[in-house]
Design a binder for this molecule. Structure first.
Ligand SMILES: [Zn+2]
Length: 182
């Protein structure tokens, strides 16, 4: 059943920040209506003191825990919608990168191109680390090049979402879905 009146936005100020401990964090919660998943609650936190921010989401009507595999084959596929909960792991086996080391546990609604841009930003940050040796830097450069080729429609790749929460999806007829145990 669809709700006619989504819940009002809830904003709670002066909460304790999980990172710096100051009571300067603002929690926000609101609901959106998604064509695929129905109502989704979006949570976010932002600290005025240290700048920490994070977000997560939860389906009001939870789906099934599943592993989603998408073959990204053309520029059109970049527009395919990706809904990722904080708990969900995201992987690009083509470049051997995964969310564990690169994107924290942020939840978001985006598309394949948005996911690639997030990975790209993270790899760019890593690349500037002075601790890295030449070989590691070359590896990261090649990943960046690969991501750009996918964005230009010159390269194919596989995108995987491993979601045990039932709060994630890749919305496409092309996606392969394998159910997971809770
Ligand atoms: Zn803080």
């Amino acid at each position: 059943m669809q709700s006619e009146n989504p819940r009002d936005m809830l904003i709670v100020e002066k909460q304790q920040c999980p990172v710096c401990g100051e009571e300067k964090a603002t929690f926000t919660e609101y609901e959106i209506e998604d064509a695929y998943a129905g109502p989704i609650a979006i949570f976010s936190i932002k600290c005025q003191a240290c700048g920490f921010k994070n977000s997560d989401l939860e389906f009001i009507n939870p789906g099934t825990p599943a592993e989603y595999t998408l073959e990204v084959e053309s520029k059109d596929d970049l527009n395919i919608r990706v809904i990722k909960a904080g708990e969900c792991e995201i992987k690009i086996p083509t470049f051997r990168i995964s969310v564990d080391s690169t994107m924290g546990s942020e939840g978001f609604i985006s598309n394949v191109e948005g996911v690639l841009n997030r990975f790209k930003a993270q790899v760019e940050l890593l690349k500037n680390d002075d601790e890295l040796d030449k070989e590691q830097k070359t590896k990261l450069k090649n990943i960046l090049k690969g991501i750009e080729q996918v964005i230009w429609g010159e390269k194919k790749m596989t995108l995987k979402l491993i979601d045990k929460s039932g709060n994630s999806a890749i919305v496409s007829d092309k996606v392969q879905t394998k159910k997971l145990k809770k």
